[in-house]
Ligand binder design. Structure first.
Ligand code: NAD
Length: 371
């Protein structure tokens, strides 16, 4: 049996508490709790029944005090604070499960990766779609070539509700878009070469925070000539909606068509003759009792798998599947889309390089980093 992990958690709003509760349910211990805001710490202490765990309002102090006692960290603070909050734990060589994105500022994201390097054993990013059974099955069907060459991909992420008043977001595309930007890169095994976008205020939407709009459409192309689209909104009034539609030269793959919330997650592979392929499969969401954040039924299993894999990879020394490197790519993608939406859909060129200085230079040349 693998050992019990002692976790610290910094940033204990909605998702921080979800992550902490999941690892507790998986038999691990929460041994330290932190947040910039003491009131959030107190809510978490109560909810997680972790009153005896030491608490902190400063990540550097937490890393210093708890070094040697913490096996792993979960960091789920405000997006703008992720990199700053993660750095002391990286320096203390504590592996981190870090919520997406790296930061809300692309320059800071590059500086963070420059500071910590490309090593894929330091940080697993909370892009949980990479661990979701339905999306992993979709990936397997794609890899088997069952729809031929991909012509078009459309990734949909629509919340039912606005974010809570405590939330901070630089914009809908930056904040939500990163999930499906990474999903598109993951499915296509390709980085976009051009992107353009628009953001909109639809009718009768009110939110406690200003994200520049409630609905966004991001269009992109890739070097192999795939046409892509990300649809984002916080207005799907019948329930949280995550859908991926991939059109190939010999068939289509449709994952997660809205079928009630919570409800089944269909992975439907439609063949050239209009019939359904036998490898089509239906997955289930988690049916929860009481109050829960709206995204939890859909991704509960993925979060659980992600945490299990995080510990397995630490134990075995394997690289994490989604790290600072993958999220940096998704962040470059959404930065271009965000800037395009700010400039009436101006087209942005994108290039990615393994070499970090070359990558950064390309982003400057492509207008994604203010010099
Ligand atoms: N992977 C996912 O599916 C997913 C889902 C939601 C959020 N996120 C990411 O996680 C991060 C945190 O998001 P969140 O939804 O937990 O935001 P949140 O607003 O609930 O929490 C963020 C911060 O707000 C403050 N806060 C929250 N509740 C408080 C309370 N009751 N009293 C006082 N202060 C409180 C805390 O400082 C907390 O760290 C963001 O970066 C977001 O992008 C990821």
């Amino acid at each position: 049996m693998s050992k019990k992990f002692n976790y610290g958690v910094y940033g204990v709003g909605r998702i921080g508490r979800v992550h902490a509760a999941i690892v507790q349910e998986q038999g691990q211990r929460i041994v330290a709790i932190g947040d910039d805001v003491q009131a959030a710490v107190e809510v978490a202490q109560q909810e997680l029944d972790a009153g005896s765990a030491p608490t902190f309002n400063d990540p550097a102090e937490m890393a210093r005090t708890m070094a040697g006692e913490i096996d792993a960290m979960i960091i789920a603070s405000h997006t703008k604070d992720h990199a700053r909050h993660a750095l002391p734990f990286v320096r203390a060589k504590i592996p981190i499960y870090l919520e997406k994105p790296l930061t809300d500022d692309l320059r800071e994201a590059f500086e963070f990766v420059e500071a910590i390097g490309r090593d894929p054993h330091q940080i697993q990013i909370g892009l949980q779609r990479r661990y979701d059974p339905a999306l992993l099955h979709t990936k397997e069907l794609l890899k088997a070539g069952l729809i031929g060459d991909i012509r078009e991909i459309r990734c949909i992420l629509r919340d039912q509700f606005p974010p809570p008043p405590t939330y901070s977001s630089r914009g809908l595309i930056i904040d939500m878009g990163i999930h499906v930007a990474d999903e598109a890169i993951f499915f296509l095994d390709e980085f976009p070469n051009e992107v353009w976008a628009s953001v909109h205020h639809t009718k009768a939407y009110t939110s406690p925070i200003d994200e520049g709009g409630d609905t966004a459409f991001v269009t992109f192309t890739t070097p192999s000539n795939v046409l892509g689209r990300l649809d984002l909104s916080r207005t799907h009034s019948s329930g949280y909606n995550n859908e991926t539609y991939i059109i190939g030269t010999t068939g289509t793959l449709h994952t997660g068509r809205f079928a009630g919330y919570p409800g089944p997650i269909h992975v439907e592979l439609w063949q050239h003759d209009g019939t359904k392929h036998p490898e089509s499969k239906t997955f289930e969401m988690t049916y929860l009792q009481g109050d829960y954040p709206e995204f939890l039924p859909r991704f509960d299993i993925a979060y659980r798998q992600a945490h299990q894999q995080f510990r397995d990879d630490i134990d075995s020394g394997a690289a994490f599947a989604v790290t600072q490197n993958e999220v940096l790519d998704a962040q470059v993608f959404v930065e271009a889309a965000h800037r395009s939406a700010q400039q009436n859909g101006a087209r942005y060129r994108l290039q990615r390089f393994d070499d970090l200085p070359a990558y950064k230079t390309a982003c400057i040349v492509n207008g994604l980093l203010n010099d």
